[in-house]
Ligand binder design. Structure first.
Ligand code: ATP
Length: 314
């Protein structure tokens, strides 16, 4: 094959707790990540010349070497110098909003790694791709794996749990508002480091991680108890992002009043999501949000949880 088209799914955080500060400058995290069926479409095409080109239909997405998909190409080429003379053209059709807390860029990098493994016939296993991808971004291993997972460490240490698929999601984002992930973590560190657990002691860290595995969110997922999942949504980053963005705070309050299972901001925001038990319930909530906040700047999606992060387009 000279070309592959892949779909990369967005993710939401059902649970996001910042545990402490790590010696490498990152935060120690405890998260439950969930793929949702809102996807970008990435086409990788072999080129005869050793060039790497990227096109994207979204004005906020860089097409130079700072694009995470091109960084994924560089990551593979640095690891395997014999690939230096291979060329690829990448086309990204963006459906996932940018700077939204939905890991759209990380998903594109994940799709690029999986696609190049096929296109260049590298024969790497999924675990090898996940390990390599962690060098590029903490969310990318999860984007490769997809489904539902507990993520600890920087977010790159994944423990699988049964995938949720029978759970529906309304996503809402103001087009004019984006949040920088580094800003959100930096601000949290400045304001809330008194909440940090001292993770330099490995027994303390292990005990903290065990608490997540045995915690109510993970238990609810094991029992496929959608009502309990909705009531245990949690995100530490709401403490810094919502006060800085009054409109997102109001959006969150309105969405929570429309009868879903639970409402929360995803990742570093500003996307807010509401869980619903059926597609019909999700569609009804979306209509209520649209009617309650009638502005063209507010973009809405009705989607569902999915067990797949990256899939080949059939
Ligand atoms: P995360 O939750 O992983 O921090 P996010 O969903 O908040 O990510 P992204 O949509 O991944 O944010 O984009 C963050 C920034 O990364 C954008 O402002 C953009 O400039 C840059 N970027 C680089 N490559 C991509 C890509 N392929 N798609 C989207 N943004 C990209």
């Amino acid at each position: 094959m000279t070309s592959y088209t892949l779909l990369s799914a967005a993710k939401i955080n059902l649970y996001l707790e910042i545990i402490g500060s790590r010696p490498d400058g990152f935060h120690e995290m405890a998260m439950v990540m969930q793929s949702v069926d809102l996807c970008d479409r990435i086409t990788l095409t072999k080129t005869s010349m050793p060039v790497r080109r990227l096109n994207c239909d979204h004005p906020q997405v860089p097409t130079d070497s700072s694009n995470l998909a091109l960084k994924a190409v560089d990551l593979l080429t640095n690891k395997f110098p014999e690939l230096a003379n291979r060329g690829v053209e990448i086309t990204i059709e963006k459906n996932i909003p940018v700077g939204a807390g939905l890991a759209g860029g990380s998903g594109n990098a994940a799709a690029t790694l999986i696609g190049l493994n096929l296109l260049w016939q590298l024969g790497l296993t999924q675990i090898e791709l996940e390990e390599l991808s962690a060098q590029l971004g903490s969310d990318i291993p999860f984007c490769i794996r997809g489904g539902t997972a507990i993520a600890t460490g920087r977010g790159e240490v994944l423990d699988p749990i049964p995938s949720l698929t029978d759970l529906y999601v309304v996503l809402a984002k103001y087009e004019s508002i984006s949040v920088s992930t580094p800003w959100a973590y930096k601000t949290y560190r400045a304001e809330f480091n008194h909440r940090y657990t001292d993770i330099s002691n490995s027994a303390t860290l292990e005990e903290r991680q065990k608490r997540v595995h045995a915690g109510p969110m993970v238990t609810a997922i094991h029992h496929k108890d959608n009502v309990a999942i909705g009531s245990h949504l949690y995100n530490d980053l709401e403490r810094v992002v919502l006060p800085a963005h009054e409109k997102v705070m109001q959006l969150r309050h309105s969405m929570a009043s429309y009868g879903g299972l639970g409402t929360m901001m995803s990742g570093s925001g500003p996307t807010v999501f509401t869980l619903a038990a059926t597609q019909q319930a999700a569609d009804d909530i979306m209509t209520k949000v649209r009617t309650g906040l009638p502005t063209a700047d507010l973009k809405l999606w009705s989607t569902r949880c999915t067990a797949t992060g990256i899939r080949l387009e059939s």
